[in-house]
Design a protein around this ligand. Sequence first.
Ligand code: NDP
Ligand code: HSE
Length: 437
Amino acid sequence: MKPLNVGLLGIGTVGGGTFTVLKRNQDEIARRAGRAINIVKVADRDLERARQITGGNIALTDDAFDVVNDPNVDVVVELIGGYTLAKELVLKAIENGKHVVTANKALLAVHGNEIFAAAEKKGVIVAYEAAVAGGIPIIKALREGLSANRIEWIAGIINGTTNFILTEMREKGLDFADVLKEAQRLGYAEADPTFDVEGIDAAHKLTIMAAIGFGMPMQFDKAYTEGISNLQGEDIRYAEELGYGVKLLGISKRTDKGVELRVHPTLIPEKRLIANVNGAMNAVVVKGDAVGPTLYYGAGAGAEPTASAVVADLVDVSRAQLIDAAQRVPMLAFQSSELATLAILPIREINSAYYLRLRALDKPGVLAEVTKVLADRAISIDAMMQKEPADGEDAADIIILTHITIEKNMDAAIAEIEALSAISGKVTRLRMEELGR
Ligand code: NDP
Ligand code: HSE
């Protein structure tokens, strides 16, 4: 059979990994795909580096449109990142009748609805396994493996950079800035690392998973996003003392009132496997009504792990190209006519358990005042811990774990607690998830 001709846009971390994996495993890949998959043209801004990686036998250009307009290219692999040019290139490739493989979660979370609509109209495929959780085949699991289930919730460590930072800070006592530099050196971080640190990258990935899990359009603008830049080391330590790990989690739940779509640092019981996922590794738990909770674990970033997903998409495209468009696995898991716009709940309407840390004067009656505020709002306490005041100080840290309540109740309780004369400073609030059932 005629080989599948691939045009590569961007031969940086993931593009370089894709080139290497395709070359190293070409025979094995061809045996699976039923034909050879060849990169025939590469666009990159740095032609010299591109030449070094490709060895000089492949057509190179610094104009990405040369690739998407090349009639010899069957599939365009977009690995340059960003929203603006990447969107133009992907839409142009689709217009030219080419299939697209991309690792660009930002592009899909923000412009995915338009891109998938254009692809469907043209009868081409946009494949995006690498866009979520790097090398973990979570898109395939959600879209195909779990298709018997009504998905109830999805929760994941879906940003390798922040998981790497949290792990190194906890295990080695390293500085935030130093660990971030190392994550950048290893190729995990986004071009703008605030996307990683502030939870935006995780929210992009969560948006995609929620869309295909629940059968709804991408609604990234409604996602609640809170990163790790304000996370204090003492909270990680106190959480550990209480039997919890702290992870940046993306959580999406289907509720009677709407869909929760939120990224934030989260306490998870240490006994859960996902609480023990460290370094740049990712893990996603998906709860289906029939199968129960299922866990997917693997490398979430880096050249070859991400290339693994890109190349798997190429194999899928190679096979699906031969099938009538209507018979293919729907790009967004559900038939496009069956997508429903489910309401995304604002953060004040979500339900969660909470970790609270407050600084209180060490005198009689203070705890009673605090617990009264919680009791008045029907917030039930699960556990409490008081630390000894440091030498010469008269205030102590009190840590309270609560049962589940609605966030707006907790907002009001925190405002009241902060107003108590015996409490100094702000109350630290972290959300907690059991992730059990
Ligand atoms: P890199 O920055 O390492 O690679 C991007 C490459 O594209 C660079 O070589 C860059 O050149 C080139 N490029 C940028 N703009 C243009 C342009 N206009 N024309 C031609 N070439 C261009 O990024 P990554 O490989 O890390 O990421 C690529 C995509 O994959 C992103 O969408 C990212 O979010 C996603 N991704 C990344 C993962 C990772 O682990 N790194 C994991 C999963 C997804 P130059 O260096 O000169 O700018
Ligand atoms: N910057 C991302 C991460 C790359 O750290 O997880 C993988 O999507």
